[in-house]
Design a protein around this ligand. Structure first.
Ligand code: HAM
Length: 415
């Protein structure tokens, strides 16, 4: 059957089978975050456009090419959130969370929107789970965050490699940027006109580029080798703590991440199972963002992980089948009514109960019970009933009350 409409390019319907897997991923996140002292925050799916241009950065692909921006009916420029850090930082400031006991540890889960060329693992509406740790500047906070992300993947069974680096700070990055600009100026032939223009805005973005630019940058000076003494000591501490808690990582001097708000520690987890879009999740420290958005100077760090990328990294072998505990077979009008009533009672006691809603024959209902993988089938015939164990084929008959008692007893034994 072909439909007149399809989901917009780069979006998809999450169907049963996959929706349980995604729910499972979110449940693991929710549980681990709660055990780690994080509490949930839900921010709007859209924000004022300027929030993102100012935080994510004018020179980034996200702001330049990927935002879903429109004027609302009140002529305000609105953007569907491409990421969660800027909205959470805005919420921290707006809700006076600096008065809460610090640090404030928040997690979120929800859709993000980026107008990217769709491919495996890359969507225009994708889902992220993420955490933001606001108010703590200690390198131990960075280590705890990275540990948390590693623990999240370990609990899910996702094998992902970790790369870390440091973006320096206002003390060392400006000098480095001059060095990098000079290097790029000496290799102009490897860059397009557009890239050279963007280098003027933020030359660090050049590390995101593929093709000749990427090759040329292999030889470029690296920020992680040009850190000031403070940033160097900070990065060394983060690494020492990671070693101490047994989180494996490699230092990747080319790691810059696609957002401009980072300073000092940045990190990314990737999986070979993902192909070109190898990033499963990443994050870093953003110590100047909250002040930049109008709050008090507040150190902060966080990470986010793409739910679809986790699904891909888990592989195809995950299958979720929801099986019924009990299927109720009934044919006569009054019996069907009783079936509905009994289903309600048994569902309230925690059983997965199905019944015929199609007016099928008894034989067809038995087939359906089998298809749904039901453990037991209960047949209702007035005050009488029969109960069949679908695995052994064993069947008993008696009163409906007796059959219901038998079901309840059986469930108690299984518990
Ligand atoms: P990000 O690296 O841009 O970081 O996105 C986080 C994760 O979202 C990526 O690692 C990837 O798994 C997933 N992702 C991004 N774009 C797409 C897409 N088009 N389709 C599918 N998955 C995608 C951030 O967004 C930062 N806010 C993370 C952060 C939190 N930094 C500090 N705190």
């Amino acid at each position: 059957m072909s439909s007149k409409y399809s989901a917009p390019k780069g979006t998809y319907d999450l169907l049963p089978g996959d929706s349980e897997i995604v729910r499972g991923i979110e449940d693991v996140a929710r549980d681990l975050f709660a055990r780690s002292g994080y509490r949930e925050i839900r921010t709007p799916v859209f924000e004022e456009t300027e929030l993102f241009t100012r935080s994510v950065g004018e020179a980034t692909d996200i702001v330049n090419k990927e935002m879903y921006t429109f004027d609302d009916r009140g002529d305000r420029s609105i953007t569907l959130r491409p990421e969660g850090t800027a909205p959470v930082s805005r919420a921290y400031i707006q809700n006076g969370m600096h008065k809460w006991p610090q640090p404030v540890k928040l997690w979120y889960s929800g859709p993000m929107f980026r107008y990217e060329a769709p491919q495996s693992g890359r969507y225009r509406q994708h889902y992220q789970v993420g955490v933001e740790l606001i108010g703590a500047g200690d390198p131990l906070a960075d280590a705890e965050l990275i540990w948390l992300q590693a623990a999240f993947y370990a609990e899910l069974g996702v094998a992902a490699g970790l790369a870390v680096s440091s973006m320096g700070d206002a003390g060392c990055r400006p000098q480095y940027i001059e060095k990098l600009k000079a290097y790029i100026a000496g290799r102009r032939d490897a860059f397009t006109e557009d890239q050279l223009k963007r280098v003027e805005l933020n030359p660090l973005r050049a590390f995101d580029w593929a093709g000749p630019a990427e090759d040329a940058l292999k030889e470029a000076p690296k920020l992680v080798d040009c850190l000031c003494a403070d940033c160097r000591a900070n990065f060394d501490s983060v690494r020492r703590y990671l070693d101490a808690v047994g989180v494996d990582y490699s230092v990747d001097p080319m790691l810059v991440r696609g957002l401009d708000y980072y300073s000092r520690t940045v990190f990314e987890f990737s999986s070979v199972k993902l192909g070109a879009q190898s990033g499963v999740g990443g994050g870093g420290r953003y110590d100047t963002l909250i002040e930049q958005l109008g709050g008090q100077p507040t150190p902060a760090a966080g990470w986010a992980s793409g739910v679809e990328r986790i699904q891909l990294a888990l592989g195809e072998d995950v299958e979720v089948v929801i099986e019924a505990d009990l299927f109720i077979v009934a044919e006569q009008d009054l019996d069907r009514l009783t079936a509905l009533e009994v289903a309600g009672q048994l569902r309230a006691s925690g059983l997965v109960v199905e019944l015929d809603l199609m007016g099928r024959s008894i034989k067809a209902q038995m087939k359906q019970a089998d298809r749904l993988g039901s453990d037991l089938t209960l047949g209702i015939d007035g005050d009488n009933a029969w109960l069949k164990d679908m695995a052994s084929g064993e069947q008993t008959a008696g009163s409906l009350d007796g059959a219901l008692q038998q079901i309840t007893d059986q469930v108690k034994v299984e518990e």
